[in-house]
Design a protein around this ligand. Structure first.
Ligand code: SF4
Length: 316
């Protein structure tokens, strides 16, 4: 690990100002991904700002009946919150499907959104990787790609986003609230928050240097059955091969977002509209532009089957 300096943030504004003035600065909260990346020298910040003391760890009702989740709410606390369990069950279930109990105790809401891919080549500094080292190439294309993306891919990167929580938030139309270096505030729909890889897979979100997430806001509850189904190589502590997060209404309409298939939580409006016609029709829309590799083309069928299981569960 490289040497770095460290400070505890006293206010959001001060933390943002410091981070904006030094591009080698990182915010740290739970550190469940960042510290691993620093030990491997994939992330090499020269300065860390500990934001744990900023008090952004509450879950509050919004005036319109939605929920504002502070950026520093731990994954365990969010999953166990009574309102989340009652009104946003999809979010609670997705959180509990992720990582381990110990990691969920440390991991935060904002950090979960910002965690980086688990592509094995990204973590192997002896291998070319455009995300880690722009312009060096992509070892997964033509290499081991069983776990990689099948939609939204580019010739530069086929990595997936690893978060379970983000799949639920995408289906629930969450909005990410931030403070920018100039003090301005933004409300970013989660659909626009994560980027596709394109030619710049190292740019994973639309955040500016120094921009800080303060909260994630959920709209008022929409009812329906909330189901999160994660398919993985072992029963716990593994990332999704495919996951499906859905809210299905009694008449069969609903929303569906898919994980393990793209560089961002994957949701297509046409797939939502096709839900009443069944899993085949909806999955066809979800994966209309799929470009799987020989090793991960099984995911195309797996999405349809997992979605079929979710719809069957919703119908009881
Ligand atoms: Fe790197 Fe992306 Fe290729 Fe993985 S898929 S090796 S993260 S460029």
């Amino acid at each position: 690990m490289r040497a770095f300096t460290f400070e505890r943030a006293l206010s959001v504004e001060a933390a943002v100002r410091t981070a904006a003035s030094n591009p080698d600065t990182k915010f740290i909260a739970g550190g469940t991904n960042l510290l691993d990346l620093m030990k491997l020298e994939i992330e090499t910040p020269t300065h860390l700002i500990d934001v744990n003391g900023l008090g952004l760890d509450t879950i509050d009702q919004t005036p319109d009946g939605g929920l504002r989740i502070g950026a520093l709410v731990r994954n365990t606390d969010l999953a166990a919150d009574d309102t989340v369990r009652r009104d946003y069950g999809l979010l609670s279930r997705a959180l509990l499907a992720g990582a381990s109990g110990q990691l969920r105790n440390k991991a935060t809401t904002a950090g979960n959104l910002l965690q980086r891919t688990r592509c094995p080549y990204f973590y192997d500094t002896a291998q070319p990787c455009n995300k880690r080292s722009p312009g060096s190439g992509c070892s997964a294309i033509g290499g081991f790609s069983r776990q990689h993306a099948v939609v939204g891919v580019s010739d530069a990167c086929i990595a997936t986003h690893p978060s379970d929580m983000a799949i639920a938030m995408r289906a629930l139309d969450a909005v990410v609230e931030t403070v920018k270096p100039d003090g301005g505030r933004r409300a970013i729909p989660i659909a626009e928050f994560h980027r596709l890889p394109g030619d710049t897979p190292h740019n994973e979100t639309v955040l500016e240097q120094g921009e800080f997430i303060t909260a994630v806001v959920l709209p008022p509850p929409i009812g329906g059955k909330h189901i999160y189904r994660k398919v993985r190589d072992r029963a716990s502590y593994a990332f999704a091969l495919v996951s499906v997060g859905a809210v299905i209404q009694p008449d069969g309409t609903g929303r569906v977002a898919v994980g393990g298939v793209a560089h961002k939580p994957w949701r297509i409006e046409a797939a939502d509209n096709a839900l009443p016609n069944g899993a085949k029709a909806s999955a066809k829309e979800l994966l209309a532009d799929a470009r799987p590799t020989e090793q991960n083309k099984f995911k195309v069928d797996l999405v349809e089957r997992t979605l079929g299981a979710v719809i069957a569960e919703a119908r009881g």
